[in-house]
Write a protein that binds this ligand. Sequence first.
Ligand code: AMP
Length: 378
Amino acid sequence: MTLRPLPPNATIGIVGGGQLGRMSAMAAARLGYRCHILTPEPDSPAGQVAAGVTLGEYEDPAALRDFALHADVVSFEFENVSAEGLDLLASIKPVHPSPTVLRISQDRSAEKSFLNRAGVATAPWAPVETYEQLQEAVARIGLPAILKTTRLGYDGRGQARLARPEDVEAAFHRLLPHPLILEGVVDFSCEISVVCARGADGGYAAFDVVENRHRDHILDLTLAPARIAPETAGAAQAIARKVADALDLVGLLAVEMFVAGDGRVLVNEIAPRPHNSGHWTIDACPASQFEMHIRAIAGLPLPPAVRHSDAVMKNLVGPREAALWPRILATPGLIPHLYGKTEARPGRKMGHVTRLFAKGALPGEFGIRAALDGLAPN
Ligand code: AMP
């Protein structure tokens, strides 16, 4: 299948008003498109830079219809939109990625079943609907393990680590909503991800594998490229391609993976949208992840996902890191990005900074912390 290229001045509808929609709208504008945002939030990060906004709930049929009428093609910037809402949109306008892809990615159980069926390795896992199933799963998978809600979890929310048998029952009752899944803990040497784009004609472009460091379950640093063996990077790229093809994806996909202690690459989760671990591409690549996303859903050719520099990206999370803004602006070499959020709550992603290095010159961990000029914690 091919998509007729969306002509200049056409309007791309984006469900969701966050920073991913904001940076997508900025990339779309550069390609001569307008964006129209569906969000319940007045003054949203994406709404601030878009040509238009439909203010409404993602489940409200009237809001969805109004939004669809403003758009020539529709996409989404986060996974917790209702798949039924996307179905309604798809009955009015083309939606990329498809509601089927969204359904897989928004449910950990569906996601892991899909990955395993596609021949992609994950941590050992089991679906858990009842306490008896949880006991059986603990007996099979062993402890330590992680209990997760299947839906609506992000940045570590909806998860409990089970270290001892005594932890099991309380976690089962505390974690809501059910159903849940139990996952074996992967003893990983690092966390990596691949962001790739796939067009309706099967055209494909993937950025280099990057390494992700989390703090309090929230992405803190991304290092591009990941400092891993070429075979490991090759395995990660092959997995991303396999997942994108198996999904018959039209759009952008992030595949988050663990490099296990024994060198195996296991998929943690997938996200069919621009991803925080791809923000470095804005500054280090001729075509960013956001441009790739817009090109893929607009039926434009995908350029190679080349990188002209190495990069480190640091998220600015919560009030403490948001307060570093004047210092960031005054530090040569730091490339600042702010998302237009007025309230800096703890754990909220307020912006990010990128620092570029000559290709091959990405310093080690402590070099990076020095390069960020004390922005990163010790
Ligand atoms: P998630 O919400 O599934 O992406 O999990 C958030 C973070 O928790 C991951 O980035 C890992 O650092 C950690 N994590 C999640 N699942 C596992 C696992 N099965 N083994 C080890 N660490 C995990």
